[in-house]
Design a protein around this ligand. Structure first.
Ligand code: MLT
Length: 316
């Protein structure tokens, strides 16, 4: 198989791929460069690089695109399916890493860690400025989405002595309900109730038509002053303008790992009023960026390519 790996991929797993396949490794490929680089390739592996209709149409031999992560919103799935190109993702393998980042943002916001560090690095000592953290113990934390990441986040929140809540939803499988019970999650009727009653809201749902702008002006009107919103999922879930208004009006604070129009995996600039807002702790879409998570994802990617090459139909 001719494989193009168009984003960073751990060396050990690259070597494994190269033993069995003809593998081109171009980790800095941009969306614009992709069409030319795809010539003759049957398999494409991407993480942050967007796979546009143009790239898919230009690809003369492409049969499989693997997104080395959970979401597939960076791939034009409609065009892929029209052209008979199979699209797979690797859900779950990076769940703990994403949950860890969400929790790190929560702790950092509560204690204002970034400003603490910046002041000290600049030689400033201002203990009084940092003496008013609210603390997390006994607070109400709302988890929006009880998939692998949501549950991993909920476990961490419960371990810190918070009360964890989620929206009741019909059709949840027994395993999810069992884990939710073990964590001690209590269920509320709807998102509005979650927003009204929680000190922290953390988003863990995929981007879809049904989740677009889930956090909008109406929902933000329900949250109390000082509420912390965490988004380590997808930018699409939040109306960024409405969030900025809520931050200005009632000191909502936010931990955000995902932004509209992110530049992708390389270096560049980002023009984002949200990222620049003083109430935002922003990170560079690094939820899945731990060695552990990337190793686990890459192991699965290599397994999928080997199986595909052997003629197995991948059920993704
Ligand atoms: C995901 O979809 O799992 C994350 O966005 C992955 C990533 O950034 O690698």
């Amino acid at each position: 198989m001719r494989v193009l790996v168009a984003d960073a991929f751990p060396e050990e797993h690259r070597n494994r791929l190269a033993e069995a396949h003809e593998c081109a490794y171009e980790p800095d490929t941009t969306a614009d460069q992709l069409p030319a680089r795809l010539a003759g390739c049957e398999v494409l592996v991407v993480r942050s690089t967007r796979v546009t209709a143009e790239a898919l149409q230009a690809a003369d031999a492409l049969r499989l695109v693997i997104r080395a992560g959970s979401g597939t919103n960076t791939i034009d799935r409609e065009t892929a399916s029209r052209l008979g190109v199979h699209v797979c993702n690797v859900p779950g393998r990076n769940a703990i890493a994403v949950a860890e980042l969400a929790f790190a943002l929560l702790l950092a916001i509560d204690r204002n860690i970034a400003d603490n560090v910046a002041d000290l690095r600049a030689g400033r000592w201002d203990k009084k400025r940092y003496s008013r953290a609210r603390g997390l113990f006994g607070r109400d934390v709302g988890v929006i989405g009880l998939g692998r990441i949501g549950l991993a986040f909920a476990e961490r929140a419960a371990a810190f002595g918070t009360r964890v809540h989620a929206v009741a939803k019909p059709g949840r499988d027994d395993e999810t309900l069992e884990r939710a019970r073990a964590i001690g999650i209590t269920f509320v009727d709807d998102l509005d109730e979650l927003a009204r009653t929680c000190d922290v809201l953390s988003l863990h749902v995929p981007a879809a038509d049904t989740t677009r702008r889930l956090v909008d002006r109406d929902l933000l009107a329900q949250v109390g002053p000082g509420t912390i919103l965490l988004n380590t999922a997808r930018a699409d879930l939040v109306d960024e303008d409405a969030l900025i208004e809520a931050m200005d009006a009632k000191d909502v604070r936010a931990g955000i790992d995902v932004f509209a129009d992110e530049p992708g995996s390389g270096t560049g600039t980002i023009e984002s009023r949200l990222a620049a807002h003083p109430n935002v702790y922003g990170t560079h879409h690094i939820g899945a960026s731990t060695e552990q998570a990337q190793d686990a994802v890459a192991t699965e990617v290599v397994r999928m390519i080997d199986e595909f090459a052997a003629g197995t139909v991948l059920h993704c």
